[in-house]
Every structure is written in structure tokens, then in C-alpha cells.
Design a protein around this ligand. Structure first.
Ligand SMILES: [Zn+2]
Length: 829
């Protein structure tokens, strides 16, 4: 909703404009009345050692909204820690007055089924504006763009030159000063506190998103976080931007600025037309930066389009152009000095080093001082360049966007291709089903409920690949015609591929097959992010592909789902009210749980808190001090160590690198207290890397067989693998015998033959990889994935994989709840 105040302001400005309509141009006095960031903040954004916090940024945008007839600010909702999340609409005054009309045009172009005639389509393209989203500093330590946003808005609000006027005529900019307001304050508070101390310019020692830290940009299909949910609604339910520009910073010592084209491999679900348009805009930005005299711009390197779930990667699956820029970082808002030796050592996929000229890096930067001002200047040019392209090729962008959607709603091309994915009723995974369907709906994917049974042919190939966990549905042969038809009961759900987001449905339901990419030395070439993420697999949900349906469309009884609560009502789950998670605590007894939160920020720790909060399982965060202090049995029945290197847990941040209160770990004293805790009957639960702490410090009879193995022999950078679980063990009860689990450079164990170790799950003996990339499968086959060891009166549980990865791996969460349900509770102590 546009605020009432803004509408009043718009109308007031309109009346003023009418009263002075004899003037051909907007009067100069109007722009004089628009406050500059300098006049409000007392400094120009980007000045060395200055920083505006979130209240200053939102205050500035409110002033712009009041003063400029080109700017309207909307509050989308509240962030995780209850700060306002805002977007500024910036366009020509007449467009701002007609925002509802342009939104309606976008919604029609986004769904070509609403357009029945070419004349209608041509009119929409003739009338529409290119909608561009620019989002700043989702990663809060990449702080400069959030400051830049004010200057960019000011310049667009005040400029009178013909080119800016043309941009404002032809485009509508949705400028997001930051999609992570909480993080802006975490960084500004820290920066101010350390300014003028030896720690000036260092990053804050806490996650800059309450739960996700840097992973807040890995959430754009799962939609776990408030911020992601609010912006996804803005982008993919309301405005359908043709171009999304996500402004980041990278490390300090490499190229000065990365802009697409991207590196290999491309995701096969992304339309080639989109990849070409991404490249075209990227080269335009690079050329404009070169023309303005900037050196060190890199293209075709490091960053790829394989992974899903980023601010700029999700748009590809909504038929939109996603652009990323990565400026070299300063030290927060403090200048930095970079030497040519440092540049010479900076190497990445597609760049030998940052001193050597190449076709994709024609003008290396010659080392020296690097300031926030340099970052801001390049980001301003990039933003301007993208808006200029959008404006000059307005009709092309609208037509291409429409055409991609139109191709997606066509029927399946070949007999035997998947035409839908089914979520059969009765999976006993109701909370997971409700979450998956609501995430899909929240990003605009259409989901239908079967109100009457359907008869379908399932794809045997996809069934076997996607759903080896399925015993109920069995395996079917496609050749048997009617005999292959399966009855799917009413109450099941179906997601058709023939919808504007066909590529998103494919990218989320299919298993990923990452290509085997090696360096010339034969080592695995690291992908930018994970290799596999198939949503039903991560969530432990059966979702076979359908290749034929007996009933013609006219005989099907389907209901298009509206929202999460409709699904929750169907499944007889508690309805969601407001922000509270409606999920019932699945732990069968009261257990006092501690989750270790050390001095080094750890995203796996944040995600652990996230799943506990989401499932309403009570816990206490344990700090280093608490572990050093001991007497843990008096406070906890179970202590969880999220995945973290053993040395980080024991030593923490090194003395001298941060103020004293942020240094040190649990120390040897803490290790001793942990031993006492387990000896006395406590349960220690370790995820992935932290298993190493337990194995070494408790001399457990297990060994991580993957430790020290070269990436030419074994590599698995974020993939879904199959476990074989002993479901007679209470920890694995009610779970399928073959269970998908998330593996991200994780662990696998072997045990001494005579050892008293109970194995709960092993990596499968064959067909281990379910989605992603696994090099050297033999190294994983049959190794231990989950085990428990008795120590004294207590137990240690070792998860080799990530049972709660990014809040996405719902399929393995029951293992955590079952472990806690089996802990010896002494809450009466
Ligand atoms: Zn970033």
C-alpha cells in the first residue's frame, strides 16, 4: 500500500504542477527544495569514515517522498528484528501518479494467458514501462551500496537533463536501500564503536542477519526469512520487474569490479535469451565504466548462473534479467591500500591474476589506495547504465519478457516429457508439505489440489531418480499403456509445468546434474555455490513427475490454492496467525537444550536457531564463557554444536584481532567441562565439522575418512546424497529406509572393528548421489553418516552431514527431534 501521506503529497504536487502548467519544464525551485543527502546527513554518502544507519536512511527516503514528485516510498513490512523494510518507487511524475496502471500492465505481461489477442499484447508493450529493481547491500558488510542508494535517488529526483528525463519516462525503478535493515544497523553500530581504534574497518564478529548471516542471499526459493518473503511478494506477485540488479562487494585484493557475463556452467533451466540479455547489459556497464576511466573491470569469471536462491539468480526463473555487480571492498567505510603483490596473488575461475590483462579483463588496476568513494562511483555508473539500457530498449525488454512467459505456458513438447509434479496425499509429512507448497505459492508458482482422483502415468525415470524413498508408489513402466496408469487420490496436490514459471518448477523439482568440471591439474573446479538443491528431496517429500493424465482438462476437478492456511486447513494443521510459527514442538519430552554460539559468527549456528524457533523447540544459546564456566549438567540435558571447525570452537577469534570481549573460545577448560557433562549423563550432539572436536577430544573410536582427501579424488560441494537408515533405531523411527540428506564438503566416518558405536545411518551402498555433484562416489559408499557413542553415563551423537542445512533440509530434521526425544531429561535438577 502506498501510504496515505504519500498520496496526499502526490496530489498536492499535482495541483502545484497544474497551477504552474504554463511553465514547460519543472521549475528549478522545485528541485532546489529537494534535500540532498549531504544537507540531511551532514556528509555526502561515500565520504571516507562516514556511515548512515538505518533510521538515517529511512528518514532520508521519507524526506524525498515528501519533497519530490518523482519518488514514492512504501513500507513493505518489518524485518526479522522489527525494522521497517522499504522500497522507493522512482519514475517520472506522471508515471508515479499512474503506478496502479503500470502494475496491472506488468501483471498481464507476466502471465500471457491473460492476453488473448495480439492487438492487446501490442498495446500493453506500447504503454508499459520497464520495471527495474535495484537492491543494495543485502550483505551488510558490503555497506557502500546502502549509502549510495540515497545519492542515486537524489540525483534521479532532481536531474533535469534530457537523458535522465528519458530514463524516468520509460522506466519505473524499485530501489531497495537494503533488503536487510537489521544488518545495516549491526554494521553501522560496530563501525562507529570501533572507529579510531585498532579495529577500525574490521567486520563485526556476529551474523549480520539474525539467523542467516551471509546466507540471507541463499533463501530466495525457500523463503524462510521475513525479508525474503516481503520482497518476493513485491517482486513476483505485484511488480514482475524485467531487470533486477543486485549490488554487492567482493574481497579487497582482486578485480575492482565484476559485472556479467557470468562464468560456466549455466543452469539448463535458464532461457538462453535471458543469458544473452544478461551479457548485453553487463557489457554495456563494463563499457560505460571504461569510458569513464575506471580500471580493473572483470567479466566472465568466478560467478556463475548455476545456483538458485540468490537475489539475482531467482529472477531467471521468473523470466527476468538478473544482474550482479561485485566491487572490491574497502575496509567497511575506511580506505584500504592494495599492493601489486596482493593483486598478483588474486586468482579465480576466469582470471589468472588481477595484474594480467585479458580479453575479459582488459585494463588491470595498478594497485594503490581504494576508497568507499571509488566503489560508490562505479556502482552509480552501473545503476545509471542499466537504467539507460532499460529506457533505450524499453519495448524489446517488455516483448522478450512476455515471450518467455508465453513459451512457458505452451503444452509439453514431447510425449514422455514431464508435464506436472505430483505431491500424493497421505505422506505423513504434513508440516513439510505445507511449508513446501506455501514457499511455492509465495513465489508465485501455481499449485492445485485434486478435488477428485486423477489417473496418471508417472515417469519411471524421474520416479526412480527423484523418489527412491517411495515404497507406496512403487516403480512403473512407461510402456504398458493403461496398465501404467495410477490412480492418484483426491487431496493430493499437483504443480503443472505449463505455467509462466515453468523454468522455476523445473529448477526446483528436478534433480540437478552438475557437470564434472576439473581444473587442468585434475582438481575439482569449485562451483560458486551449491551444486544441488532439489526441493522435494531436501524436504523428504515424494514428488514424482507425471508424463500423462487420462482425464482431459474439462473432466478434472482441481482447486487453485490461495495461501498457506488453505493447505494447513486441508491437512488439519494449526493455522498460522500473524508472525508466530504454528508448528507444534515435535520433541516428545521436555529437554533442556543448549546450542553453542561461539565468538566466531557461524551461519550453521544461525540456521540451527532458525529451525528450533520455527518448530517451537525451546533452547538456550551457550556462549564460550558458559562452557568455560562448566556445571553444564545443572543447566542442560543436551548440548548441540552446529558445524564449525574444532580449532575455531576451542580458540575462537585470535587475541589482538578484535576487542578482547570478542576473542577466545571454549579453551581447554571448556573441553574438560564438556567431558564432565557427558560423563555425568549429558548428551553431546555434533553436526558435520564439529564432530571432529568430539572425536579428537573424547578419543572416540571413529575416523573421518574424507579428511585430507584431495579434491581430485573426492569432491561434493553442496549436493543431496542418499542415506540408508536403520529405522529400528528410535532415532530413525518412522523414516524411510533410503533417506535424502544434505552433504556440503561434509564428513563420513569409519569405526574400529571392536568399538561400541551404534550406527544409525550410512551413506548408501550404491547410487549415492541424488542431486548435485559427487566426484569419487566410492569414497562415500557405505561409510557412516550418523552414529551414537556411549561415554560414561552420557552419549555423543555425530551427524556427518548437515541435518538442518539453510533451514531447507526438512527431510532430516526428524532425526534431530528424535535424538532430543531420546535424551535423558533431568529437568527436575
Ligand atoms: Zn555479497
Amino acid at each position: 500500500m502506498i501510504s496515505h501521506r504519500s498520496l496526499v503529497a502526490c496530489v498536492a504536487v499535482l495541483l502545484t504542477a497544474l497551477a504552474t502548467s504554463s511553465l514547460a519544464q519543472t521549475p528549478a525551485s522545485q528541485s532546489a527544495a529537494i534535500p540532498s543527502p549531504q544537507s540531511v546527513l551532514g556528509f555526502t554518502p561515500g565520504d571516507d569514515r562516514t556511515i548512515a544507519d538505518w533510521s538515517q536512511i529511512t528518514d532520508y527516503f521519507e524526506r524525498l517522498d515528501r519533497a519530490s514528485d518523482r519518488v514514492v516510498v512504501q513500507t513493505l513490512g518489518q524485518s526479522t528484528l522489527k525494522r521497517p523494510l522499504i522500497v522507493a518507487f522512482i519514475s517520472a511524475h506522471e508515471n508515479i501518479l499512474a503506478l496502479p496502471k503500470y502494475k496491472e500492465i506488468q501483471q498481464q505481461l507476466a502471465d500471457p494467458r491473460k492476453i488473448t489477442q495480439n492487438i492487446q499484447r501490442n498495446q500493453l508493450i506500447a504503454d508499459g514501462k520497464v520495471v527495474v529493481t535495484i537492491s543494495c547491500s543485502i550483505h551488510s558488510t558490503e555497506i557502500v551500496a546502502s549509502q549510495m542508494s540515497m545519492q542515486l535517488a537524489y540525483e534521479l529526483a532532481t536531474a533535469q537533463d534530457p537523458e535522465t528525463r528519458e530514463i524516468l519516462q520509460n522506466t519505473i525503478l524499485l530501489l531497495i536501500p537494503s533488503p536487510n535493515p537489521d544488518g545495516i544497523d549491526i554494521v553501522t553500530n560496530w563501525y562507529r564503536k570501533t572507529l579510531g581504534t585498532p579495529y577500525e574497518g574490521r567486520e563485526p564478529p556476529e551474523l549480520y542477519h539474525h539467523y542467516a548471516g551471509h546466507d540471507n542471499n541463499r533463501d530466495w526459493f525457500m523463503l524462510n526469512l521475513k525479508e525474503t518473503q516481503l520482497i518476493t511478494r513485491l517482486l513476483w506477485h505485484e511488480w514482475f520487474p524485467q531487470i533486477v540488479y543486485d549490488v554487492h562487494q567482493q574481497g579487497a585484493n582482486g578485480s575492482r569490479f565484476f559485472i556479467p557475463p557470468f562464468y560456466d556452467p549455466p543452469n539448463p533451466n535458464i532461457s538462453p535469451l535471458l543469458l544473452r540479455q544478461v551479457g548485453l547489459i553487463g557489457h554495456k556497464v563494463a563499457a560505460d565504466l571504461q569510458a569513464a576511466g575506471f580500471k580493473g573491470v572483470l567479466t566472465n569469471a568466478l560467478y556463475d548462473t548455476w545456483w538458485h536462491g540468490g537475489f539475482r539468480t531467482a529472477p531467471y526463473f521468473h523470466n527476468s534479467i538478473g544482474i550482479l555487480s561485485e566491487a572490491a571492498s574497502a575496509r567497511l567505510m575506511t580506505q584500504n591500500t592494495v599492493t601489486s603483490e596482493q593483486l598478483g596473488r588474486a586468482t579465480s575461475r576466469g582470471m589468472r591474476n588481477a595484474t594480467e590483462a585479458a580479453t575479459n579483463f582488459p585494463d588491470p588496476w595498478p594497485a594503490g589506495t581504494w576508497r568507499p568513494r571509488d566503489i560508490m562511483a562505479m556502482e552509480m555508473i552501473a545503476a545509471r547504465s542499466i537504467l539507460s539500457m532499460a529506457s533505450k530498449f524499453r519495448a524489446d525488454y517488455l516483448r522478450n519478457f512476455y515471450e518467455l512467459g508465453r513459451k512457458n505456458v505452451e503444452p509439453q513438447a514431447n510425449l514422455g516429457d514431464p508435464l506436472a509434479y505430483l505431491i500424493p496425499a497421505g505422506q505423513a509429512r504434513d508440516e513439510a508439505v505445507a511449508k513446501m507448497l506455501s514457499s511455492l505459492m509465495d513465489q508465485g508458482v501455481e499449485v492445485f489440489r485434486l478435488d477428485r482422483e486423477l489417473h496418471v502415468v508417472l515417469s519411471p525415470q524421474v520416479l526412480q531418480r527423484v523418489n527412491p524413498v517411495s515404497e507406496k508408489l512403487g516403480t512403473y513402466k512407461l510402456s504398458g499403456q493403461m496398465s501404467a496408469m495410477q490412480e492418484v487420490p483426491a487431496g493430493s496436490y499437483i504443480v503443472f509445468l505449463s505455467q509462466p514459471q515453468r523454468s522455476n518448477v523445473g529448477a526446483l523439482f528436478e534433480p540437478q546434474r552438475y557437470p564434472n568440471r576439473l581444473t587442468p591439474q585434475g582438481e575439482a573446479e569449485r562451483p560458486y555455490d551449491v551444486a544441488g538443491w532439489t526441493l522435494p528431496l531436501q524436504m523428504g517429500i515424494e514428488a514424482p513427475a507425471v508424463v500423462a493424465i487420462r482425464e482431459p482438462a474439462s473432466e478434472r476437478k482441481l482447486t487453485l490454492l490461495k495461501d498457506e492456511n488453505q493447505v494447513r486447513a486441508d491437512l488439519a494443521l494449526t493455522l498460522r496467525k500473524g508472525d508466530e510459527s504454528p508448528i507444534k514442538n515435535p520433541v516428545k519430552q521436555p529437554v533442556r537444550v543448549g546450542i553453542y554460539r561461539g565468538s566466531m559468527s557461524n551461519m550453521d549456528e544461525g540456521w540451527t536457531r532458525f529451525v528450533f524457533d520455527t518448530f517451537n523447540v525451546p533452547y538456550t544459546s551457550i556462549r564460550d564463557f558458559d562452557v568455560r564456566q562448566g556445571a553444564l549438567n545443572s543447566k542442560f540435558d543436551a548440548v548441540i554444536f552446529p558445524s564449525q571447525q574444532s580449532a575455531q570452537i576451542i580458540s575462537g577469534n585470535a587475541a589482538g584481532t578484535l576487542p578482547a570481549e570478542y576473542t577466545g573460545g571454549i579453551t581447554e577448560a571448556g573441553v574438560k567441562n564438556l567431558k564432565e557433562f557427558v560423563q555425568n549423563g549429558g548428551m553431546l550432539i555434533c553436526f558435520d565439522n564439529s564432530c571432529d572436536l568430539a572425536i579428537k577430544q573424547f578419543n572416540l573410536p571413529l575416523r573421518n575418512t574424507l579428511q585430507g582427501v584431495k579434491s581430485s579424488e573426492f569432491y561434493c560441494p553442496g549436493s543431496i546424497v542418499a542415506l540408508e537408515v536403520d529405522n529400528k533405531n528410535p532415532i530413525a523411527s518412522m523414516l524411510p529406509a533410503r533417506l535424502p540428506a544434505y552433504f556440503i564438503n561434509s564428513s563420513a566416518f569409519e569405526v574400529a572393528a571392536d568399538a561400541n558405536v551404534r550406527v544409525i545411518a550410512r551413506y548408501a551402498k550404491e547410487n549415492v548421489l541424488m542431486s548435485g555433484w559427487l566426484l569419487g562416489e566410492d569414497k562415500l559408499r557405505g561409510q557412516i553418516a550418523l552414529a551414537e557413542v556411549g561415554v560414561g553415563k552420557g552419549r555423543i551423537v555425530l551427524f556427518g552431514f548437515r541435518p538442518q542445512h539453510r533451514g531447507q533440509a526438512w527431510g532430516t530434521l526428524p532425526l534431530i527431534w528424535n535424538v532430543l526425544s531420546s535424551a535423558t531429561a533431568n529437568s527436575s535438577e
